[in-house]
Design a protein. Sequence first.
Length: 455
Amino acid sequence: MPPGLPSIAYNGARGVLSRNWTGSSTVPSRALYPHQWSWDSAFIAIGLRHLSPTRAQRELETLLSAQWADGRVPHIVFNPAVPLTAYFPSPDFWRSSTAGDKAGAPAAVETSGIVQPPVHALAAWLVHQADPAASARRGFLHRVYPRLVAWQRYLTDRRDLGGRGLASILHPWESGMDNSPCWDPPLARIAPVAADTFHRADLDHGCPADRPTDLDYGRYVRLAETYRDRGYADDADTHPFAVEDPALNALLIVSEHALARIATAVGADPADHLVRAEELTTSMLKRLWNPDAGMFLCHDVIAGEPIPERGVSGLIPLIVPELPEDVADTLVRTAVGEHFGLGGACRLAPSYDLTGASFDPARYWRGPAWFNINWLLERGLRQHGATERADALRAEALSAATATGFAEYVDPFTGEARGSQDFSWTAALTVDLLIEPLAEPLTEPLVAQEASSHG
Ligand code: 2M8
């Protein structure tokens, strides 16, 4: 790492996080995403904990205060001070407080009705660890624990749409990897709404060649509208799109391990979390592992078959602590091989297969490299003993984030900036990588003996 980079990176990242702070949470980017996003806030809290543990707690608690009574944590919490035209779909599209009434949407705040990957329990545990005394004084874990449990149970109990012991997404936006080619086959079955029936605010800020097409947007809108018009109900047979996503399920497992840690800290019984983490890990390995692909594949619940596309989502299970060694080794080989080129053709892991027919180094989630994904991979590589690869990835991520002014994402070959700048999770995870180069495993599994000595 060039001398001087750490302080340039640290000060730059701190500046971004302070400019994007609204007083109770952080926007992902001032222009393109002017509200609070769910998994963004979890990644942001992970970095913010090094700058201000209290602000990191606040970030998560603001999000959790918009939780629905059925346990779901919405993917967007809208800021009422922002004009409706600033982002599409806006609150008047989702109509959460009325259309989501039966599902338990809060009356006092407008949100979207879909979710994003559950990084929150992991984030809460890491935030707590940054200053356990201050966290205990504020009763942080005691307050968030029941909400985090309800959130995870929403995913495990209401979103097991395939009945296979895994959570499903019912909209591409729920994966956070919105435009991944993995969603193309199941999306092809969805009739798009006409492009002239909505106005895409993203094109006011982003370059059309980098963003999803109007056809994709027409399908996103159709899916969201259908879900809304059914009162955001989760009956398994009403969903036109249902996919088991490896990254979402891996994050669910890691967060279940984090919940076991949190449970122990608040004097609750961690046993249920440990059992669930183990069951989910077994299901993920049994249902989504594909030895021929050398990685996990998404599973189309409605078609009843794996989706034959290599999205980076299928490498994210490296963050799961109790992965069989041969599976972890295969994932590392796939990450550095021809499909993802990590440390070879690519400076940072691309979001999609370099050899795939739909690969595009510029278009949203169809090839470019994202910092949250590379942070997860860095932690996963380190956790499974690939220390040199993790060190190299950490150095590349830090230099690319700093050189691009904390870009939303980058060209995976050149590291050139794409999307918006001053992007919050890029800044937050830069701080985390700077401060914790030799971090322990994300959430060391609570071993059976330790758990049984509880209480
Ligand atoms: C992107 O998603 C939003 C929809 O949620 C969009 O494209 O308008 C994704 O990159 C997603 O992962 C991210 O959470 C969000 C805000 O940064 O932007």
